[in-house]
Design a protein around this ligand. Structure first.
Ligand SMILES: Nc1ncnc2c1ncn2[C@@H]1O[C@H](COP(=O)(O)OP(=O)(O)OP(=O)(O)O)[C@@H](O)[C@H]1O
Length: 256
């Protein structure tokens, strides 16, 4: 049984078919990349998997359960977390507060115990605080815990976004262009970091990325979209040598 199975996902916006008949299997522990030229439909595929869009057609099956069209927060609760192409941190909150907010998805206390600050809530809150600090320590951000998120250098803001996603306790992590805007050194560090967190948090990772060094250095399998259609899937070696991919994508100078 695949951890995640995506069957015939299709998304139409009016007359435009942004993604057509997209099929994907993720096995536990894999790192799989989704590549393709700008506008190919990659983010739309993510948005259907994470409940941002309800697909026009098709199904998303997580561990044998159909999660198609569930609300994004419920899908996060089922174990799929994501980051976004454009960093979405609470810019004026501290680094620690950003992780604490994500952690609240896990709090078991209800709203009333929370506003009354009853002991059950306070206990959970203390635990969340400790867990958040441990997570920041793990991702190398603990010395910045009281800084405003917006004051972090770009590469570290991306790392904080990943930490926030990890705080929700995911099985599957979807990363939307995690190396966007990074210099080669930051991108190489990110590659190592992604491999480390996969091992440490027992993750399966599905990522959209334009940096080919990152994609080829990290992915076990790659899917290629072009105009919403999957034109190839396979190992990095197969993809690099696929004439359709070379024509559609790899042959095109990338400006990212
Ligand atoms: N909400 C929407 N309404 C209408 N059209 C949309 C919407 N979202 C995406 N599209 C269109 O769907 C197509 C696929 O867009 P998408 O953002 O998924 O591509 P992408 O592969 O992620 O591109 P990029 O690499 O530039 O991020 C594009 O033509 C885009 O304009």
């Amino acid at each position: 049984m695949s951890l995640l199975q995506v069957e015939h996902l299709t998304m139409q916006f009016g007359g435009l078919t942004a993604v057509k008949d997209f099929n994907l299997n993720l096995e536990k522990g894999e790192i799989v990349a989704l590549i393709g030229p700008n506008g190919a439909g990659k983010t739309t595929a993510f948005n259907m998997i994470t409940g941002v869009y309800r697909p026009t057609q098709g199904r998303v099956i997580l561990m044998d359960k159909d999660i198609t069209g569930l609300r994004p927060d419920l899908i996060t609760g089922r174990g799929i977390a994501r980051t976004f192409q454009n960093i979405r941190l609470f810019r004026d909150l501290s680094v620690l507060e950003n992780v604490l907010i994500a952690n609240h998805l896990h709090l078991k206390s209800n709203f009333l115990t929370a506003i009354l600050k009853l002991p059950a809530y306070r206990g959970e809150e203390r635990l969340m605080h400790q867990k958040s600090l441990a997570l920041l320590e793990r991702v190398g951000l603990s010395q910045f815990k009281d800084e405003k998120a917006s004051s972090l250098p770009y590469g570290l803001q991306r790392r904080l976004e990943i930490a926030r996603a990890l705080a929700t306790g995911p099985r599957i992590l979807l990363l939307d262009e995690p190396a966007a805007g990074m210099n080669p050194k930051e991108a190489a560090d990110l590659t190592v970091f992604i491999k480390e967190i996969r091992a440490e948090y027992d993750l399966t990772i599905f990522m959209i990325e334009h940096h080919m060094d990152v994609v080829m250095g990290i992915s076990e399998r790659i899917y290629v979209l072009d105009y919403g259609v999957t034109i190839a899937s396979g190992s990095p070696h197969e993809i690099q040598n696929d004439p359709r991919v070379i024509e559609a994508y790899l042959g095109v100078e990338e400006d990212a």
